[in-house]
Design a protein around this ligand. Structure first.
Ligand code: GTR
Length: 356
């Protein structure tokens, strides 16, 4: 047995190619059913359910074709909706290369309101022919335990049993609805991208919304792409004690008890199959546990193999900074430095999407 299989065997992670009733998952038709079981499991035990869609309107506040020497069209908009429980709205921004058609597009859940000028290098993205639809997560609903602000008041936790990650996913799904209405967007190349807690949100959104062709999850770590069993980084206890509101209360029982989880994070990556997922780790980001992130990509690969596709295609050794694995349907890179979403990462994700 080589390095990867030995490490996976040590961790004793559950097999996702088995139905809840114990029968094996053997073909493509089985996979679609099993995928739904996995998503239900992760919803019930970790993230909660993403609330249903409601009709919405878009109010355009700003449109400008004057940015970056007119190579970029920028807009600022408000998405508004009503539910039986109240009114909700949030701001989003769009950045598209001027006058282009068939534009591959990122739906970007941003860490900060002014992200285009740091975590989102707009000019470089536009120069590669991509567009971006961006919303700031904490405006959608605050990044804390208050479930009365932003869209949370219209989508009550008591009714929908969702944590904040699922609320942010709901918003990203509405942005996907909006992207479907833009005739210059290439609907076969819509990716979601997010960093860290929003990398977790990215994986969960794309798992649920099959209109996304790609998930680009940057340094998503614990409760994202990193295997929880035997982690040397953040644990379920650490994350749940600090951020219980990202999840549902059912997740708490796995604190210091990861081995009892009927899943591990490779279930989440696998539930995106046959669509493509690209993850990234940073060598100084020990909290996210880079090797547990890499191993999880390998543990998810059997979902693709079942469908006659390649999962991750990689060397059988621990990753080192500079490694990029883009041959299969699960992409992964490990870079130098620490916990951030850099131009290097964006370029890797665009390389991966360009190839596919
Ligand atoms: C940390 C958290 C991580 C990660 C990170 C982030 O404090 O423990 O799981 O989500 O925040 O979002 O930057």
């Amino acid at each position: 047995m080589g390095y990867i299989q030995e490490e996976l065997a040590k961790r004793n992670i559950p097999d996702f190619l088995v139905f809840n009733d114990g029968t094996p998952v053997t073909d493509k038709a089985d996979w679609e059913k099993r995928r739904k079981e996995i998503i239900d499991l992760l919803a019930n035990e970790m993230y909660g359910h993403i609330p249903p869609a409601f009709p919405f309107t878009i109010e355009e506040k700003v449109f400008s074709d004057k940015h970056l020497g007119r190579k970029l069209d920028y807009s600022q908009n408000i998405l508004k909706f009503d539910t039986p429980y109240g009114h909700g709205e949030f701001t989003f921004h769009t950045f598209f290369p001027h006058g282009k058609t068939n534009v591959p597009t990122f739906i970007f859940m941003a860490f900060k309101p002014n992200e285009p000028w740091n975590y989102c290098p707009v000019e470089s993205i536009i120069d590669r022919g991509y567009g971006v639809i961006m919303a700031y997560h904490a405006e959608i609903s605050s990044d804390d335990g208050d479930f009365t602000n932003g869209i949370a008041s219209a989508l009550p936790r008591e009714v929908y049993n969702c944590g904040k990650i699922s609320l942010w996913s709901w918003a990203a799904t509405r942005l996907m609805d909006y992207a479907q209405t833009l005739d210059f967007v290439d609907k076969t190349k819509i990716a979601m991208i997010g960093h860290s807690r929003l990398g977790k949100t990215t994986l969960w959104t794309v798992a649920n919304d099959t209109r996304f062709s790609f998930a680009c999850a940057n340094c998503s770590g614990c409760s994202g792409d990193a295997l929880a069993r035997d982690t040397v980084g953040e644990t379920v206890e650490k994350i749940y004690n600090r951020f219980p509101y990202w999840f549902v209360p059912a997740y708490e029982k796995y604190k210091n008890n990861e081995s009892s989880m009927p899943f591990d994070q490779h279930f989440l990556l696998a539930s995106i199959a046959p669509r493509k997922v690209c993850t990234a780790a940073a060598v100084l980001d020990a909290w996210a546990d880079p090797q547990a992130q890499f191993l999880s990509c390998n543990a998810a690969s059997p979902a693709y193999e079942l469908l006659g596709l390649k999962g991750i295609v990689c060397d059988d050794r621990p990753t080192v900074p500079g490694d990029t694995y883009h041959e299969g349907n699960i992409g992964h890179h490990l870079r130098h430095h620490g916990h951030t979403l850099s131009l290097y990462d964006w370029n890797k994700y665009m390389d991966f999407i360009d190839k596919n």
